[in-house]
Structure formats: C-alpha cells, structure tokens
Design a protein. Structure first.
Length: 347
C-alpha cells in the first residue's frame, strides 16, 4: 500500500484569463482585503505597472522595479525593506519568472498574499517552487506558500515579447509538459494538462511566430503555458531539467534559450524508453514530436547550439559525468557515455 498513491494538489486557487484581464486586478485586491499594495515590476512591465498604480489609487503604496533572474537574496532584502517601509499587505508581480520569483521570496518572508500577472511563458506562477541564489549558489525550495493564490493571464501583456523570447519561452514551457508526460508517477490530471499544453504550444506557437500581434493565438499559447507550469508543479522533472540546471548553473546561460535548444535532443534520447509519452506526443504533433520541436527550435535567430551559447566542447564530458553520478528520475537510464553523446549532438 502507498507506493502507487498519487497526490494532485492544485495551485493558484483563482485564475483569470483573457484579453484585458489585467483590468480586474484591483477587484482581486479587494477580494483579498488588501489596502496597501506593493507592485513588483520589470523594465518591460513598467508601463502596465504604472497603469495599475493609477487604477489602484491610494491602495498602491510602493513599487519595486528591479527583480533579477534566479532571485538573489540581496535583491530580496532590498525589496523587503521597501515593503516594510510602506507597510505593504499584498504583492502584485507583473513580469516573467524573475518578477514572480521575487514575489514568492517576499511572500514566504512576510506571509503577504500574491497576485501574479505573468508576461512570459515560464510558468513560475503555477508552481510552489522557488530557486534563490546566495553567494552564487542557487538552491531550490518547495513550499505551498510560494504559489500565488491568484493568477491573472492577460495575453495582451505578451504582445511586446520579442520573437526570440516568444519562441524560447514557449519551448521552455513545452519542456515542462514533455517531462511530465514521461514521469510514470504523474497523476491523470497532470497527463491531461501535459497533452493539452503540448497541443496548445505546437498549434499556437507557429501562428504567433508568423503573426506576433494575433491576440487569440497569444491567448492559446498563454493558456498552454499555464497548464505546462501546472505540470512543472506536479511532476518530477527528469534529464532535460537536470541538464538545464547543470549547464545553466555552471556556465551562466540564459534560461529559456537553453531549454529551447536542449528539448528535441532530450526527446530523441528518451522517447524510445517512454512509449506512452511518445504515443501521446506523436498524436499531438501529428508525426515525430522531436522533429516538430527541432524544427521550431531552429527558427530561433539567436544561438541554437551549446557551442554557439559559449559552452566549451571540452566541458561536455565533465557535465555528463556530473549528471550521471546523481541523475534526476528519468525514463531511460542515464549513463555518462550516453549523456555525452546527447551533449555532443546539442553542441
Ligand atoms: P525573466 O522574467 O527573467 O524575463 C526575461 C526578460 O524578458 C527580461 O528582460 C524581462 O524584462 C523581459 N520580458 C518579460 N516579459 C516581457 C514582455 N511581455 N515583453 C517584453 N519583454 C519582456 O525570464 P523568464 O524566462 O520569464 O523567467 C526566468 C526566471 O524564472 C529564472 O530565474 C527561472 O529560474 C525562473 N523560473 C522559475 C520557475 C519556478 O517554478 N520556480 C519556473 C520557471 C522559471
């Protein structure tokens, strides 16, 4: 008894979704009983943040506009001081995973409720996970307090995403869905999310790349990214995320670009050992899913190989050995030789 029991916990108790949904954020603060809001914004979301500050009027007491990737604790301390001085009682984070990461870091230190307004497809708003960096070392923690209680998905806020970030961020989301599909311990709900997320991304992403201002396709892509984020919250991530963590951490590589270029390689590595995931993904892709994703990844104008990202070829063996020494759960056994081969192909 016990070993086959699956637990499915839903995060973000309340999700609002659709073009213009951001206009409902003040009502959401009202629901939370908040009277003193701290806004977390980024340069890319500054204008939307200003609009929201105006709409909130006196309930907006401070803005912190300098979140940084991987949530350095020094930045959190600065934001905490701003929140304390302003006696904030709730947080609204508008931006990508960096802004939402800072909001999570503040929430666990203060107990403030969070409203997340994502502007990328990274999916952090759907997870109870936070990666923080201290003295250059990143540690990841899981706690339900990290998960924002309310998420507002407004596809209009993704219209400004440049083509490159649209592509890499969407493939970052797809990686969450794919890894959930080959996690044999994932719940039925997570598998359903994974299939719907993969379908949405493979259908909507090509349309968005052709017509970046198509709000309907942007909305479909965003809802797929939401479900992909929910997969990340539920399932055990495997070799793909391990490679992204080790390579990203060792060489300081851009998060979304790294995921985008690795995904098809890891799928080629794993799918034969994950027939159920392979069958579901083949139905969604209407053919070879690794080929479909490789074709999308190749549309990136930026780096599409580890070599082009600046990883030295001589470092690949060491990375493969580190990964094989302590592998994340993965459908195909992870050996240093096999991982080195994968990395050489991605290089
Ligand atoms: P990001 O938040 O760092 O944003 C990347 C860049 O895009 C920034 O310069 C930002 O200002 C800009 N940007 C964001 N939205 C934009 C828009 N709509 N238009 C124009 N520019 C825009 O990147 P990200 O990929 O969203 O998030 C990465 C971070 O999130 C990493 O720190 C990663 O570890 C973390 N993350 C955490 C989780 C989790 O569950 N804890 C999940 C995914 C990502």
């Amino acid at each position: 008894m016990g070993r086959d029991i699956r637990v499915h916990q839903v995060y973000a108790g309340r999700v609002l979704q659709g073009p213009g949904a951001r206009s409902l954020v003040p009502d959401e603060l009202e629901r939370l009983g908040s009277e003193r809001v701290l806004l977390v914004t980024t340069p890319s979301s500054a204008e939307v943040g200003q609009g929201l500050a105006v709409a909130l009027g006196e309930r907006h007491v401070a803005t912190f506009a300098r979140p940084v990737q991987h949530t350095p604790v020094e930045v959190t301390a600065e934001a905490l001081a701003v929140a304390g001085e302003a006696r904030a009682d709730a947080i609204i984070a508008i931006g990508g995973g960096s802004a939402i990461g800072l909001s999570k870091a503040l929430a666990i230190r203060t107990g403030m409720p969070q409203v997340a307004v994502p502007t990328t497809y990274a999916g952090s708003e759907a997870t109870p996970v936070l990666g923080e960096t201290e003295n250059g070392v990143k540690t990841t923690r899981r706690d339900p307090v990290f998960a924002p209680g309310t998420v507002v998905y407004d596809p209009e806020l993704t219209l400004s995403l440049p083509r490159g970030l649209t592509l890499t961020s969407a493939l970052n989301a797809l990686a969450h869905a794919v890894e959930a599909l080959w996690d044999t311990g994932a719940s039925a709900a997570t598998r359903a999310y994974g299939v719907e997320a993969a379908d949405g991304i493979l259908t909507a992403l090509p349309v968005v790349l052709d017509r970046p201002s198509d709000v309907v396709a942007r909305g479909r892509l965003q809802e797929a990214a939401w479900l992909a984020g929910a997969c990340l919250a539920q399932a055990r991530m495997g070799l793909h995320h391990q490679l992204a963590h080790v390579l990203g951490g060792t060489f300081g590589l851009p998060h979304a670009e790294l995921h985008a270029l690795l995904l098809a390689h890891v799928m080629r590595f794993n799918l034969a050992a994950a027939p159920d995931a392979a069958a579901r993904l083949a139905r969604v892709a209407d053919g070879d899913p690794a080929l479909a994703i490789a074709a999308l990844a190749a549309k990136h104008d930026g780096p599409t190989s580890l070599g082009a990202l600046g990883v030295p070829r001589t470092a690949l063996r060491g990375v493969a050995e580190r990964v094989a020494a302590d592998p994340y759960p993965n459908p195909r056994p992870v050996t240093a030789d096999a991982v080195e081969e994968l990395l050489l192909a991605a290089w």
